[in-house]
Each structure stands twice: as structure tokens, then as C-alpha cells.
Design a protein around this ligand. Structure first.
Ligand code: EPZ
Length: 416
């Protein structure tokens, strides 16, 4: 992605559907033999990977429109999620719960290492075990069996998003009641629960610490519209703020963005709700802040890189602590190559501003790190080229087109 920085973003932009809500919702289609329609599906590489994964299990996918996807697991025939797919997209692992619940068995590759941290799946496995599955780890695969799962009380050591989703899906068809305590409260979990409820599942408490599921005999087809992507919204907000621009994000999920709005306001960004969305402007200088990533409703780790890029421009020292993933500062080195002053010690980074960012060739290491580099490139002097754009394409729909429509000079190099 080649960016000629310096142009303040102006205009209005529409959000796509949430990637992290869409992926588990797609996996939920395997829980029923009736077709499900999912609307507001973002066109992303990860969505294509999920279609491929489901296709390998016999689930038919059909696009009904640009963002409407029909999935039909009537012909579910497989029970294996192969290494090749799981290693490219860890979210594949949440197919474990639906497969086990519907087919009585699942063989899902463990995901292996990840650029941003270890990201173990022990809580997912302990969860399905608690529901009565026999689980073995063999040849890099989790092999699980259960004639029918049985409801249980499950306490998560850590409010893991993926583990909550896996257990939630598995429990919908279990015999009796399941209670997930210390569940993830992320809006994407609540959206998945809405989809499952539309399919006939009996769930209460999704979006809170305690989710209760009363298992049912079978689930049916449903029509569900995915929530807007709060992380895309936050990314565009930091880009507007970094460039000193003014944008309106239509369809922004204001409630899901509370912590982000509080922190951006603290940094001197003006944010107001307007009809159908949010207006973001940065008329003056940015102020330094302290920031800690936390499970929802805390500040999301998926916006830490973008905030760091923005804070390189603030008048003073900001302190960022990453508490979710142990290796999620890889963008810092690249930002330093653009002139940022960042010192890291363990889980904390001190960002001293204001830096005069200057364009450079930089390399993306993961999805959100790439977005952080784009934010920096938009605010930097001269030209920045961000390579390994495939990371961005995994999770941001038409990002170059959206930013260009806001006045950015950004284009995709032919060889990417
Ligand atoms: C989800 O990943 C998101 N992915 C991530 O977004 C996001 O960063 C993360 O939640 C945190 O918000 C999807 O929704 C597809 P976790 P997930 O399990 O579910 C520990 C992006 O860029 N843990 O909530 O994998 C884990 O190590 C991606 O869109 C265990 O210890 O995250 C981490 O420290 C990146 N044992 C913490 O929990 C387990 O069994 C939170 O991870 C599972 C997790």
C-alpha cells in the first residue's frame, strides 16, 4: 500500500460488518440442517477462508448479494478442520463446538504459534471436556467425541472470546443447562448469541459475565444481520485524529466504542454523535494519555497499534500497557523507522511525542499492526509503503477505497 501522507481525512464513510462477529456466526451454520442467511458480511480474506473450511465439511455457501451469504449445512459430511486452514486463520478453531454438538465428533487442528502471542486453546478444550466430550490431542489435532454433550457449569480462568464462543455453540444442543462464568463480554459474543437465538437456541446473559444456555434438541435456519465493525470504526477514528481531519462514520456502534471514545477524547479528539453515526474531528494538538488494553468493556487490544501510531504525534509522553497478548508491540519498531520515539519494557511502551513522522518502507506483521502503520503513513511526510498487505485484506474491507474516498492519497502497488 503506497501512501503519500499529510492529507487530513474529510468526509463520510460507512462501516462494514464485523469480522470477528461474522467468523463464529458462519461456524454456527454447522449446527443446523437448514439454510441460514447472514447479512452485512464483510468481503474479506478471512471470510473466504471460513467458506473454504466449511466447504470442506460439506457446508454449501452461496452469495445472495454483495454482503449476503447463505450457508447450508444440510449436507454436513466431514468433521475435520485441517492444519492448512487453521494455521492461516485461528478463528477456524471455533468450528470445534458446532461440529461436536451436531456431528458428535470433531477433529480440529490446533492453531500453533502466532505473531502476537502464544494464544493457547486450553480453555476451549477444558470447556468441551466439561460438557462431557472425550478429548485427545494427537498429531497436532484435537480429537473430540461425544454421543450427546451434557450441560455443565464452566468457569473460565480468563474471559477468552474464542473459548466463550466455542462453549456457547457446543452447549446449544447439549442436554440440560450450561452456565459459563467469567464469560467474554465482547459485542461479537452477544451477536453470536443473537444468531443462535434466531436459530432456536435458549440463551440468556450473553454480553455479561455469566451466560446461561438451556440445551435444545435441534436448531433451525435463521436470518441474521451482523453488527458493524467496532474495530474498523476505531481504526478510522485514529486515522482521522492522526491526520487532523474531520470525518463522519455512519453506522458507528457508539455503545460498543465507549472506552475508545473516552480515550480519544482524553487525547484531545472531538467526538460527537450525529444522526446515524459519529463525527470525529481533531482541531487542535493531541495530548498524551495512559492506555491499558483489557477485555471488553475495556480498551480493545485490536486498537492498540492504531492508538500508538496516533500518540506518536501527541505533545508529551504516553504510556501504553498491553495486557492481552504478550508480543503485540511489533509495529513499534516499524513506527520508530518512521521517526517515532518509543521505549518498550515488557508489556509497557512509552511513546514520546510529538514526532515528525517521515515516510518509509515498512513491513506489516499482523492485521492490526498493519493498520497502525497505515495510520502513521497517512500522517507522515512523503511516501510510506506498507508491505505484506495481505494482512490488511484479512480484516479490512476495501480499506484503500474507503480512505481514498476520505481524501487520502493511497494506492495498492501492482505487485501486492
Ligand atoms: C479474539 O481472539 C479476536 N479474534 C482477536 O482479534 C482479539 O484480539 C482477541 O479476541 C481479544 O479481544 C476473533 O474474534 C476471531 P482470546 P481470541 O481467546 O478469541 C488467553 C484481530 O486482529 N487464552 O479472548 O483468540 C490468550 O492467550 C484478532 O481481529 C488462554 O490463556 O482471543 C489471551 O491472552 C487478533 N487460553 C487472552 O486469553 C485459552 O484457551 C484473550 O484471548 C484461550 C485464550
Amino acid at each position: 500500500m503506497i501512501i503519500h501522507g499529510g492529507a487530513p481525512l474529510r468526509g463520510s464513510v460507512e462501516l462494514s460488518g464485523s469480522k470477528n462477529a461474522t467468523l463464529p456466526i458462519m461456524m454456527a451454520s454447522a449446527l443446523t440442517d437448514e439454510p441460514v442467511t447472514i447479512r452485512n458480511v464483510p468481503r474479506l480474506r478471512d471470510v473466504n477462508t471460513a467458506i473454504e473450511l466449511l466447504g470442506g465439511l460439506g457446508v454449501a455457501a452461496r452469495w445472495l448479494g454483495e454482503h449476503e451469504l447463505e450457508l447450508n449445512a444440510h449436507t454436513l459430511s466431514g468433521h475435520e478442520a485441517p492444519y492448512d486452514l487453521v494455521k492461516t486463520m485461528r478463528a477456524s478453531f471455533v468450528v470445534l463446538g458446532p461440529l461436536l454438538a451436531r456431528a458428535g465428533r470433531a477433529r480440529v487442528s490446533t492453531p500453533g504459534g502466532c505473531a502476537i502471542g502464544a494464544r493457547p486453546v486450553g480453555l476451549h478444550i477444558a470447556g468441551v471436556r466439561a460438557l462431557g466430550a472425550r478429548v485427545q490431542l494427537r498429531h497436532g489435532y484435537v480429537e473430540a467425541h461425544a454421543a450427546r454433550l451434557a450441560g455443565a457449569r464452566i468457569w473460565l480462568d480468563n474471559p477468552s472470546v474464542g473459548a466463550t464462543e466455542n462453549i456457547l455453540m457446543a452447549a446449544t444442543l447439549a442436554r440440560g443447562r450450561t452456565v459459563i462464568e467469567n464469560a467474554a463480554r465482547e459485542p461479537e459474543v452477544a451477536d453470536l448469541a443473537r444468531m443462535l437465538a434466531a436459530m432456536g437456541a435458549r440463551i440468556s446473559g450473553a454480553g455479561t459475565h455469566v451466560i446461561e444456555i438451556e440445551g435444545v434438541e435441534r436448531l433451525h435456519g435463521a436470518d441474521h444481520t451482523v453488527i458493524p465493525d467496532r474495530i474498523e470504526a476505531g481504526s478510522l477514528m485514529t486515522a482521522a485524529a492522526a491526520t487532523g481531519g474531520e470525518i463522519v462514520i455512519s453506522g458507528a456502534p457508539v455503545n460498543d466504542l465507549e472506552a475508545v471514545i473516552v480515550k480519544l477524547r482524553e487525547a484531545g479528539v472531538e467526538i460527537e454523535t450525529v444522526a446515524g453515526g459519529l463525527r470525529i474531528a481533531r482541531p487542535g494538538r493531541l495530548r498524551p494519555i495512559e492506555l491499558r488494553t483489557l477485555p471488553y468493556p475495556g480498551f480493545p487490544t485490536d486498537l492498540q497499534a492504531q492508538m500508538m501510531a496516533m500518540l506518536t504525534l501527541a505533545d508529551g509522553a504516553s504510556v501504553i500497557t498491553e495486557t492481552i497478548f504478550e508480543n503485540r508491540f511489533m509495529h513499534a519498531q516499524e513506527l520508530m523507522r518512521m521517526g517515532a520515539d518509543i521505549v518498550m519494557k515488557g508489556a509497557t511502551a512509552v511513546v514520546r511525542g510529538p514526532s515528525r513522522l517521515s515516510g518509509a518502507p515498512v513491513m506489516a506483521t499482523d492485521l492490526r499492526a498493519s493498520m497502525g502503520l497505515i495510520v502513521a503513513g497517512l500522517a507522515a511526510e512523503n511516501t510510506t509503503s506498507v508491505s505484506r498487505v495481505y494482512h490488511l485484506d484479512r480484516g479490512y474491507e476495501a480499506l484503500d477505497r474507503k480512505l481514498a474516498a476520505l481524501g487520502a492519497s493511497i494506492e495498492r502497488a501492482a505487485d501486492e
